[in-house]
Design a protein around this ligand. Structure first.
Ligand code: PHE
Ligand code: ZN
Length: 868
């Protein structure tokens, strides 16, 4: 663990490497306690070489054994924490030379899950961003790309399967029950894309033919008992391969593409070249154990990692400040893929609404808080802390804006030029912008501020209708307050899709480009005052500041042909009432009724239209957040929507049943979503009447969506039937880790219920449960993160006890897994925005963590930035 003094890395301090690498040969003898790594590096002078420059390799938590240069034992070196510095190189390092290093590491005790580690008795690696240096001393930076040949040795009975990147070129039996496998990756790659896997695994395998007629082998490797849960992941992979050929002309470049699932993993998944490694959560699914949401997540994460093969691997990042170059682009690509997979326009819109909700609930707060950063950050202490919703989700919005400005075809031209120019190289966000601009002959110089300025821009709207001239005047002005003390000088280039809604329906959708602080547009020939539909499809990641009249909002909620804005107007109406502590008025209830009973509307849209803005999004609208007040206002509002529409909910609960055997398709999934939403509302309105219905659904369900949906409804409303069902659920699924994660998460996310045990007490008990494991990230997230980050009303307690729990958990995790600890540490970021007594209690908890000894660089950076 790095616990030295804080050190900041700065984007503008980039310099090209002094040395680079040609061939890399690794020979790894796998042993859980003591793995021996022999490396042979062909070192070349880099673009920035000066005579006699030492070769400085990174290395962490390694046991150094020996060093040779050009075959001779080399004694001129210095070892310091983090580095191996090799001096007195042949020819002053001006010509190629060979470095051979032997070192060792201890995978079995590696709980950080970075570098080489053991999970369930098998070996895995995680190298992004800087994990390779925990395997061997290396030039561990993404602009050093090398060709790898990897020999893995292990005891065959314990580790029958040995995998690494690329193609398998040799296998051999060795004395004493050992065996080896040699893999060669034909593509040069940075070290963060290296991977190895060894253990008792089996695979689902399929061969496919890609667009050029080549045959490719696809494999999904899992523990034998999980083999039956891999079909959906394989189907998703095949769909993603075909989609990328069709949409972007990008073909799979390897003969073999492997995915491996592991149950101990810090993130969702990792795009190692030809050997993706996945959190089991994003691979394993069967209808009995995975919800519709799980199925959709698997499809999108499998696609995301596959898409990285071009956007990330073939063209990679010059340095980690450019992370959004691959992540923003790849998220955009997976969003487009998932939208297309819905198979209908309304399905696409539903996906878009889901994506925007994530952005607003998670990224907007980040962009207004102490960890705010541009999608291309300027400075970091620990790069692991910058795998953020800003880099990923806002980064994807920025990529989407190119497509909005240039059109789908123009965007494709830009992508083609990007690959033509940069295939095989490590490049920057500026290079991507230049490809988009040059391919389309467009000046995008103002667009670059999306990369350098943090904060969510606000667009203020002023409108005026002149009846005598039949003119409509629209004035837009932009402003932006970043959270990180950046001073903003430059107006953003903001593409805003808009349409004027009129009775005669005679105005077409247009694209307005707001590029100055203030701009006015005049629209002619309007015989009546139109209703403005602006930022349609959420064409720019901004906050609209528009005091639109209730009448116009209501009109949009009934009649906007843009599904996103139709949904949005309903959200705005509800939000205003909740923030004013009002219940829904009769006009809004009528509008809800109209939506719920419209036979032509997609059930998935109905479900979204009736979902209220999240508490975390409501917080962003307040100057002094009182979490209990907001929770109660929102809950009362929800109760009113539930009870006033009880007849409609009951009718929907019947109509949305999907008789016959389970089917996972989008239409059936949408029905299940609306049905379970109805059940929740019915339990909210009349718990005594509907609890038996929920119990019945729980018991008779043939799929996890319905079984979990009923259980969650019972738990959330605090029904007395919940306990028995929870108990049944645990025994029913005891052997299935991912399902037991749901069991933990559901209890940890329960909102407060009058007269029942507090959620904090429940969470404290769950932490003592025999199945709770501090070193398994999924289990930790399902209990601790679910409670502290995802359950605001149960967490923000006036006596500060939630924060005390948080501080203890951050410190406990800090010693086990700094990345998982740092994620949790983000939980009090927004303390300055809270009312008293919450604010002081949060600060006290932050200070307690800040003054504790032994903080990892990860946790320290987050906490120091929060305190400010
Ligand atoms: N690069 C991975 C992705 O987004 C995320 C990741 C980062 C995984 C760091 C592990 C470690 O696809
Ligand atoms: Zn990614």
């Amino acid at each position: 663990m790095k616990t030295d003094l804080p050190h900041s890395f700065r984007r503008l301090e980039y310099s090209p490497p002094t040395y680079t690498l040609g061939q890399v040969a690794l020979d790894i003898a796998l042993d859980p306690a003591h793995t021996i790594v022999k490396s042979r590096l062909e070192v070349l002078p880099g673009p920035h070489h000066a005579a006699d420059a030492p070769l400085i390799l990174q290395g962490e938590e390694l046991e150094f054994v020996s060093l040779r240069v050009n075959g001779e034992v080399h004694r001129q070196f210095e070892l310091s924490p983090g580095f191996l510095k090799i001096l007195a190189l042949p020819d002053g390092g001006q010509k190629a030379f060979i470095v051979e290093i032997i070192c060792a590491c201890a995978p079995a005790t590696n709980t950080s899950l970075m570098g080489l580690y053991v999970s369930n008795g098998n070996f895995f690696t995680q190298c992004e961003a800087e994990g390779f240096r925990k395997i061997t001393y290396f030039l561990d930076r993404p602009d050093v790309m090398a060709r790898y040949r990897v020999t893995l040795r292990a005891i065959e009975a314990d580790y029958p399967v040995l995998l690494s990147n690329g193609n398998l070129i040799d296998t051999e039996k060795l004395p004493n029950g050992w065996h080896l496998a040699t893999w060669e990756d034909p593509f040069p790659k940075p070290s963060y894309l290296f991977a190895l896997v060894a253990g008792k695994l089996e695979c689902l395998e399929e061969t496919i033919t890609t667009s050029s007629g080549a045959t490719k082998l696809l494999q999904i490797w899992v523990e034998p008992a999980d083999l039956k849960k891999t079909r959906h992941a394989m189907d998703s992979l095949i769909a993603a391969i075909h989609w990328d050929e069709k949409r972007f002309g990008l073909e799979l470049d390897l003969e073999r593409f492997m995915i491996v699932a592991v149950s101990d993993f810090n993130m969702g998944a990792m795009e190692n070249k030809g050997l993706n490694i996945f959190n089991t959560k994003f691979i394993l699914a069967q209808p009995e154990t995975a919800t519709d949401a799980d199925f959709a997540n698997i499809e999108s994460v499998v696609a995301h990692e596959y898409f990285h093969n071009w956007t990330g691997n073939r063209v990679t990042c010059r340095d980690w400040f450019q992370l959004s170059l691959k992540e923003g682009l790849t998220v955009f690509r997976d969003q487009e893929f998932s939208a297309d997979q819905m198979g209908s326009e309304s399905g696409r819109a539903v996906r878009r609404i889901d994506d925007v909700r994530v952005l607003r609930q998670l990224q907007f707060p980040e962009d207004a808080g102490p960890m705010a950063h541009p999608i291309r950050p300027d400075e970091y202490e620990e790069i692991n802390n910058f795998y953020t919703v800003t880099v990923y989700e806002k980064g994807a919005e920025v990529v989407r804006m190119y497509q909005t400005l240039l059109g789908v075809e123009g965007f494709r031209k830009g992508m083609d030029l990007y690959f033509q120019r940069h295939d095989g190289h490590a490049v920057t966000c500026d290079d991507f912008l230049a490809a988009m601009a040059d391919a389309n002959g467009r000046d995008l110089s103002r667009f670059k501020y999306w990369y350098s300025q943090s904060g969510t821009p606000k667009v203020h709207v002023a409108e005026r209708y002149d009846a005598s001239l039949q003119q409509y005047h629209l004035t837009l002005s932009q402003s932006c307050t970043p959270g990180d003390g950046q001073t903003l000088k430059n107006a953003f280039h903001i593409p805003l899709k808009m349409r004027l809604l009129t009775a005669s329906n005679d105005q077409a959708e247009q694209l307005l480009e707001l590029t100055q602080e203030n701009q006015t547009w005049v629209f002619e020939g309007l015989a009546e005052r139109p209703a403005l539909s602006l930022n349609r499809g959420f064409s720019a990641p901004i906050q609209l500041k528009f005091a639109q009249s209730q009448d116009d909002l209501m009109h949009l909620f009934f009649a906007d042909d843009d599904a996103f804005n139709r949904w949005e107007s309903g959200q705005t109406l509800a939000m205003q009432l909740i923030l004013d502590n009002h219940l829904p008025d009769s006009a809004l209830i009528d509008a809800y009724r109209h939506i719920l009973t419209d036979p032509d509307l997609d059930p998935a849209f109905k479900e979204l239209a009736l979902s209220l803005p999240a508490e975390s999004y409501l917080y962003e609208q307040c100057v002094e957040v009182d979490p209990q007040h907001i929770h109660n206002a929102r809950r009362a509002f929800r109760h009113a929507v539930a009870s006033e529409l009880r007849l409609e909910w009951a009718a929907l609960y019947q109509q949305m049943q999907t008789p016959g055997p389970f089917s996972p398709d989008a239409v059936s999934a949408a029905k299940r979503a609306l049905k379970n939403c109805a059940l929740n509302m019915l339990l909210e309105a009349d718990p005594l009447i509907w609890a038996p219905m929920a119990v019945n659904q729980y018991q008779t369900a043939d799929n996890m969506t319905d079984r979990y949906g009923a259980l969650a409804a019972l738990v959330i409303c605090g029904s007395k039937e919940a306990q028995a069902c929870l108990k049944d659920f645990y025994t029913r699924f005891e052997g299935d880790t991912l399902v037991i994660d749901k069991w933990f998460a559901l209890q940890a996310s329960r909102p407060p219920v009058k007269g029942a045990q507090s959620t904090l007490e429940a969470v404290q008990q769950l932490r003592q449960h025999a199945a709770f494991k501090m070193n398994n990230p999924n289990r930790v997230r399902s209990v601790i993160h679910a409670y502290c980050l995802n359950n605001p009303a149960s967490f923000h307690l006036a006596d500060g006890s939630g924060y005390v729990f948080w501080a203890e958990a951050v410190l406990a995790l800090n010693a086990v897994n700094p990345q998982i600890a740092a994620r949790l540490a983000r939980g009090l970021d927004r303390w300055r925005n809270f009312a008293q007594p919450f604010q002081s209690q949060m600060l006290a908890a932050l200070q307690r963590v800040a003054t504790s000894p032994g903080l990892s660089a990860d946790v320290r950076e987050v906490i120091n930035k929060a305190i400010g």
